[in-house]
Ligand binder design. Sequence first.
Ligand code: SF4
Length: 224
Amino acid sequence: MQQKKAFRFGVVLRRIREYLAADSLADAAMFELAERGHRTLFEQLVACVISIRTRDEVSLPVALELFRRAPTAEAISRLSVAKIESVIHASSFHETKAATIRDIARRTVSEFAGKLPCDVDVLTSFKGVGPKCANLALGVACGESRISVDVHVHRVTNRWGIVSTRSPEQTMRALEELLPKRYWIEINRLLVPFGKHVCTGRLPKCSTCPVLEYCRQVGVTSHR
Ligand code: SF4
């Protein structure tokens, strides 16, 4: 194994940013959704619920279709759970998610006049919404500095050797200690596509990885 350099977030994240841009690799779904005009907190939260345990290639068009049919919290609140379920059918756990989405829509209308407040306690009070989705939605829609850790962020940062954690929640807390705040929103945006296309679950592409010299490759027994 080659000699490793001291880990530097600035250099590592810049290299990943440039690598993803050069290869036109898909943006993380929530950010792409925002760029397509769906940037309200309600939309971001609903889209994140749809994306749970579902690949971006599936969850992004599903979210777009739901917002095309019912573009506001009020419009979604008027749909039946069965109707929402039929629209988001390609997403995993669609039955549970449909009930969650209608509950979010109804409470957004009845308690917040159709506009969710940028308040983590409100978002996590919805059944089915955990810190990952709350933080991501608050980061994208409200510009709050929050770290959203999904399986990709969790896997990549553990392989780098900068955290040693057993769950995304533990990784989120560890990164809050380590990561400069200016990268808190961007780390999700970078590491989701990086984890999908380069630092993959099986056989990561270490031989062509732009950050190989900074990565301890913890737990990597074979790679491409
Ligand atoms: S060197 Fe390998 S394990 Fe490390 S970030 Fe790159 S692909 Fe992942």
